[in-house]
Design a protein around this ligand. Sequence first.
Ligand code: ZN
Length: 293
Amino acid sequence: MTISPSYRGRFAPSPTGPLHFGSLVAAMGSYLQAKRQNGEWLLRIDDIDPPREQKGVVDNILKTLDGFGFEWNGEVLYQSNRRERYHEVVHHLLEQKLAYPCSCSRKSILEKTGQTKGETVYPGFCRNGPLENLSEYSIRLRCNHELIQFDDAILGPQSFDLEKMNGDFVLQRRDGYFSYHLASGIDDAEQGITEVVRGADLLNCSPGQIHVQQTLGLSPPLYCHLPIVLSESGQKLSKQSHAKPIDSKESVDLLYKSLKFLGQMPPIELMQSNNKEIWNWAINHWQLDLVSK
Ligand SMILES: [Zn+2]
C-alpha cells in the first residue's frame, strides 16, 4: 500500500437537489482514492448559485453522507462564505488586465456569431472595452490558444484549446454570482486538494479551472474523471432530471452497487453486512485500475 499522507481529496456537491446514485458513485470514488492512500477527504458545499438551490438540501446532503458512513476531515467549507475571496481575486485579475468587463448577453452573442443554443464560444467582443454602456457587466477571463493539458488518472492524456472550446469565459455573472470555474478553481487550489476525483460529466470544466489556477499562479491538482451513471433511458442521472434520491436505509445495498459500478469486485457476503464492513473491505481493496473509462 502506498503511503502518501499528503494526499488530499474532496467531494463538492452543489445543493441543487438531494444526492442520487450518481453522486454516491462520485463521492465513493473520491473517498476511496483518498482513504486508500491514507489521505484526507474534505467536504465542500458548492453553494454559489442561490437561484438554483433548494432549501434544506444542504442538511439533507450532510445527513445522507453521514448515513452512508462517509467521514470527512475538518469543517465543511461553504463556498457562500468565500465570496469575499472571490471578489478579491476578480478585482486583482481586472487590475492586471487578465480579466475584463463584458456587456454581451447570451442572446446577443448567439445573434452576432450565428451560433445555436448549447455550448457557445465567446469571441472576445469586449476585450478592448465593453461594447455597451451598462450598469452591470459580467467579468470574463482572457484565454488564448495555449493548450491546457493534463494526464487524467482514468482517461489518460487530455488536451483542450480553451479559445476554441469556450473563448474567454465568465468569472462573475452580470447578477453578481461567481462562476463554477472561478470558485472551484480557487478553492481546489487553496484548500490544497492534490487530486480532484469526480464524474466525467465535469471533464469539460477542468481546463477552465486549470486556466484560473495557472493565471493566479496556483498549482492545479491532479484530475481523475469517473464514468457517469446513466438511467435506464440512457440519460445521465442528475438532480435536474429528478434522479431518485438515495436513502441511507438502503446504504448497504447502494454502497455495494456503487462498488460494482466502479469495477470493484466486492464479495457477495458483503451484501449481508453493514456500512463499516463494506468500507473496510473497499478501502483495503480499492483499485483505480479496475474503473472503466
Ligand atoms: Zn462582451
